[in-house]
Design a protein around this ligand. Sequence first.
Ligand code: SDX
Length: 438
Amino acid sequence: METSKSGSSSFPATASITYADKTVTYPVITGTEGERGIDISRLRSDTGLITVDQGYGNTGSCQSAITYIDGDQGILRYRGIPIEEFAGNPDFIEVAWLLIFGRLPTSTESTRFRARLTANAHLHEAMKHTFEGFPASAPPMAIMSAMINTLGCFHPEMYLIKDEEIFEEAAARLISKIRTIAAFTYRRVNGLPYIYPNPKLRYCDNLLHMMFSMPYDQRVADPEISLAMNLIFILHADHEQNCSTSTVRMVGSSKANLFASCAAGVCALWGPLHGGANVEVLEMLGQIHQGGLTAEKYIEMAKQKGSGTRLMGFGHRVYKNYDPRAKMLQSVCEKVLKKLNLRDPLLDIARKLEELALKDQYFIERKLYPNVDFYSGLIMRAIGIPTNMFTVMFAIGRLPGWVAHWKEQHDDANSKIARPRQIYTGPVNKHYVPMDSR
Ligand code: SDX
């Protein structure tokens, strides 16, 4: 792992904080892309002070070599490679290996990893009964997080990752089986028979087969659709310290196992402000399409403070420019609709919303642009994936990123259990009052 430098030629190598009659000086860490951060690990012991940063918008939790984002320029790179370079021949499994192991796989490694994925595509038969325990109305993300933890129960030997061999096997099992869990979840909530994985099919084709085939009728994915799914998963694969990945690192920091950490990541991703936004985008577009609301009206509502309405799929904590993934997904959306010979009125509405927002001062001043969720749902809808499965698809894509970050932290001899501090604002000097005196 390339290590960060302390300071850099044009910036000071230290920063000082003066409080009351004391000044303390701390090292400034500079990353390989020039990002700088003050190492305040001694702040509390030196001054008794802590920093407070609601939502951690200005706080780095770690140093990482996996993904680089430049939010102002709209840049996203996986292990230094711009995401645009994966569009030519999108191969999700190859990118998963790159994120997890830090380099593109050799042909031998690629063959070995794919063989592990094929060998691990099935679920233990007993897990089918667990699916049956959920009501058909269960939210798919609830089932997915529960079933990833259940998966761990069938692979306790993977709880303790002692070496790279066990890790590679555990990563393959999770990446392969999350896809089967997603398909079986879809079948369960729709009352359909489970379709087993076909060892002859590649990753995305097998997912679509297990979701949409019937025992008497195998679904064969169109190669273009399969490439689109690969690219969708690649574009969701990692995004540095986002809410769900930070959750995986937080849980993993207590030395919780990989399955438990990723199950927690699924729960964080579920939120409508995070991975659940792709569902909210489709609901927003559907609301406008059903009439009574125009794109212009909706934009005005989204600008009203306290209206509780947001332009879903717009805005980002880090990107203050166009999310590069949104641009790529917009072109995938056009291609898929053309390939399937579909016209989707919701796409026309999305385009109208984007056109209006990009020239509206409210959005311009706040640097609100389309993010990864703005177009992804339209593509999945065209492929026949129902809205309640959109965030499940996001989780399949994001899993290699979670595994990569979990490994990076697990392999770091200096990593500690995450334990943020707080400023207490509750009652002071209270005493217990017995019931008969209350
Ligand atoms: C993902 O972190 C990641 O990397 C996440 C992700 C990943 O790959 O893991 O990229 C995936 O989660 C993408 C984001 C998906 N969420 C949405 O699309 C939901 C809609 N967007 C927002 O709610 C919002 O933009 C956030 C949550 C994404 C970011 O919010 P911030 O940076 O905390 O900004 P904020 O809530 O402090 O808002 C700043 C201002 C406010 O107005 P003022 O108080 O200044 O008047 O911008 C406004 C907000 O009201 N604003 C919006 C808006 N987003 C922010 N107004 C209308 N519509 C929006 N979408």
